[in-house]
Design a protein around this ligand. Sequence first.
Ligand SMILES: Nc1nc(=O)c2c([nH]1)NC[C@@H]1CN(c3ccc(C(=O)N[C@@H](CCC(=O)O)C(=O)O)cc3)C=[N+]21
Length: 290
Amino acid sequence: MTGKLIDGKAIGQEIREEIKQRVDSLKEKGMQPGLAVILVGDNQASRTYVRNKEKSSIEAGMKSVLIELPETVSEEDLLAQVAELNKDDSIHGILVQLPLPKHIDEDLVIQAIDPDKDVDGFHPINVGKMIIGQRAYLSCTPYGIIKLLERTGTEIRGKHAVIVGRSNIVGKPMGQLLLQRDATVTYCHSKTENLAEFTKQADILIVAIGRAKFITAEHVKDGAVVIDVGMNRDENGKLCGDVEFETAKEKASAITPVPGGVGPMTITMLLKNTLQSAEKACAEGTSAHE
Ligand SMILES: Nc1nc(=O)c2c([nH]1)NC[C@@H]1CN(c3ccc(C(=O)N[C@@H](CCC(=O)O)C(=O)O)cc3)C=[N+]21
């Protein structure tokens, strides 16, 4: 079977139009959603992603605030910056770009973010609520993948979803969201023995292991839907995913490319979470944190 392309850029764009309309109606009520991004140091990849987020939020009609801090910033100063944004009524979403320098405790910083402004969905409160099925901000990449599956008409219920990768921000929440939608979920990871035996059972195969072209045609069942979360550089410095696209697509019924697959959906869901936070603040007629 030759796979058809899942166009994350186009689906993301569709959702962004819907978001923009809702931003416009908030603006008519005198409220503009605001997203603050904190970038520490000058990691080149992080800089590109952050610029992308800034551009996208402005296109959606939001206020974008970029706070750049030096690599050497103290944990205390970073926490103080977060505290300030927590109190700022014009800011509805706060994102601290990861990874952070080694001298800073990432968990501590994530926990310092007001859960109501945690549009990344990384705060333990939001992760916990998500797992027990309560309303919460959902981690943007898994949330975006759910939207991709929904909008391409992929059946989730009763299907076997195999996830390769178990990070807190992608693999783990991905499995939970699929479980909630009645998939049978298997988690695989770097220590899994006989990986292909598991992945070959997948109706939906989600790969987020962070190794270039790690998954090949041999890992893919005929007709599977393959979602590639990877963002790597190949030998020639070209952007590539965790899946060897050219071979895997021959077996898949549908597959995401890199770039143009999951990445644009991640940013779209970040905008969606920020919009939702602003809508909540607007409905409450007060600031978001009171
Ligand atoms: N607090 C935090 N939240 C994040 O959401 C977060 C983070 N830290 N740290 C890094 C990862 C990575 N990430 C990406 C988002 C979009 C693209 C994206 O739009 N990619 C484009 C290509 C971009 C390019 O050309 O380089 C695409 O796939 O088409 C990629 C990667 C968010 N992350």
